[in-house]
Design a protein around this ligand. Structure first.
Ligand SMILES: Cc1cc2nc3c(=O)[nH]c(=O)nc-3n(C[C@H](O)[C@H](O)[C@H](O)COP(=O)(O)OP(=O)(O)OC[C@H]3O[C@@H](n4cnc5c(N)ncnc54)[C@H](O)[C@@H]3O)c2cc1C
Length: 390
């Protein structure tokens, strides 16, 4: 029987938060619930960082500490250990974005390999993650997605991207750590999808190690999954999929409009929700072939996953089903699901303050645009503050 009041339990949700952390979270969500404030704050922060003004301390003690585990992977250890006392696992997310040089990509690779070795020693870290564009230039993924020929130099650069993917998946397989590969913009995603499929073919033979990401705000993704499933069955490999709704909606719509092609995004929120839930149902019905990491803060989708797991006799601890939320968001889902016995992991972003700004700005904008979700966070924090006073 599903307990539909599970996510109302604020005692469990905020059990790790001190009173002052609770106050800070409330203040922060209150601030980012205001659209003008986020717009002004984003512009001012970008300017201050570019002008080398001393604002890092302020950013760290507010948004950064709330949404990130630290500047380095070692900084995150105390957060990881703390979460695991409540059975919540961690996925360290090196959230440095927009890099363009070979050294930067090699550095990102070293970080991920180091994290996999970290995972080997820690039960609290069964999964790692990286972004395709963390390992190579966006331009190359786009060119390949468009079916254009590479120059000799570009081909060599692409070969290095493939080698980086391979190094991560190979070590992950050796150490029995799962690898999530994030989904990005649709106009570079075909190249990433093909590459991840190659990795699945190589490393998902007996169990699922490699996971791609399906963004269900795209109306074509369930068909893509069904075709991939067919190929996987034919060729004898397992599919791993993180499913999310998608983080680049405005950008996708604007580009389609500007360039005059059909938008790849569902026409409205309901269509995205339906698509997410149909994809979730399809996967849970075929769990022997497809493993899933359900990346969402949507309560209805989590309840649906619980219902479907019950329907298909999937145990809560089945290693093929993970629930995931971002650090600093939806603790009421993460901690209550973990307490109820499900597999749960938090994405813990880390990196130098300046470099994780695009990630932080996306979180602030997301919480501003999804008014319902921010109000929900505020309501829960308020209830917990009240409960503690009583
Ligand atoms: C663990 C984890 C990993 C993630 N990894 C990725 C990733 O690899 N790639 C990525 O792109 N995102 C990723 N995200 C972010 C994710 O895609 C969503 O932006 C975010 O989780 C909000 O969606 P939701 O399901 O939590 O909640 P909800 O609040 O129910 O949904 C909000 C989402 O619905 C969609 N939406 C909103 N309005 C409309 C509309 N008018 N029309 C159509 N669709 C609409 C958008 O996708 C929006 O983000 C990840 C999220 C989590 C929790």
């Amino acid at each position: 029987m599903i307990d539909y009041s599970l996510f109302e339990n604020t005692d469990t949700a905020f059990t790790l938060k001190s009173d002052s952390e609770l106050e800070r979270a409330y203040f922060l969500f209150k601030m980012i619930s205001s659209q003008p404030l986020v717009r002004i704050g984003t512009a001012a922060t970008n300017f201050a960082l570019k002008a080398n003004l001393p604002v890092e301390g302020l950013i760290r003690s507010t948004v950064f500490d709330h949404f990130c585990g630290g500047v380095s992977e070692d900084d995150c250890l105390s957060v990881i250990d703390k979460l695991f006392t409540k059975k919540v696992s961690s996925v360290l997310d090196y959230s440095v974005e927009g890099k363009e040089t070979k050294d930067q990509f090699d550095n990102a690779l070293e970080k991920i390999l180091k994290i996999i070795r970290f995972c080997d020693e820690r039960e609290a870290m069964p999964i790692v993650v990286f972004k395709p564009t963390g390992f190579g230039r966006f331009y190359l993924y786009q060119k390949k997605t468009e079916g254009l020929d590479f120059t000799h130099e570009e081909q060599e650069e692409w070969n290095r991207i493939v080698a980086r993917f391979n190094a991560v998946c190979k070590l992950a397989k050796e150490k029995d750590v799962e690898v999530l590969i994030d989904g990005e913009e649709s106009w570079m995603q075909v190249a990433a999808d093909d590459l991840v499929e190659d990795m699945m073919r190589m490393y998902n033979t007996d169990k699922t190690i490699v996971y791609n990401t399906l963004q269900t705000y795209r109306w074509d993704r369930l068909d893509y999954l069904k075709q991939l499933h067919k190929r996987a069955k034919q060729d004898g490999f397992k599919v791993g999929m993180k499913i999310v709704r998608g983080a680049y909606m405005e950008k996708e719509r604007n580009r389609a409009l500007e360039k005059g092609y059909e938008s790849p995004i569902c026409e409205n929120k309901k269509a995205t929700d339906d698509n997410f839930n149909s994809t979730l149902s399809y996967i849970l019905e075929h769990l022997t072939d497809i493993s899933v990491f359900i990346g969402t803060h949507n309560e209805a989708s989590c309840y649906l996953a619980m219902e479907l797991m019950e329907k298909y006799n999937i145990t809560k601890q089945d290693h093929s089903v993970w629930f995931g939320q971002l650090y600093g968001m939806s603790d009421h889902i993460s901690f209550n699901l973990a307490e109820a016995g499900y597999n749960v992991a938090k994405y813990i972003p880390f990196g130098p303050v300046k470099d994780v700004m695009p990630y932080l700005i996306r979180r602030a904008e997301e919480n501003t645009s999804v008014a319902g979700q921010t109000n929900r966070e505020l309501g829960l924090l308020k209830s917990e503050k009240k409960r503690r006073k009583l």
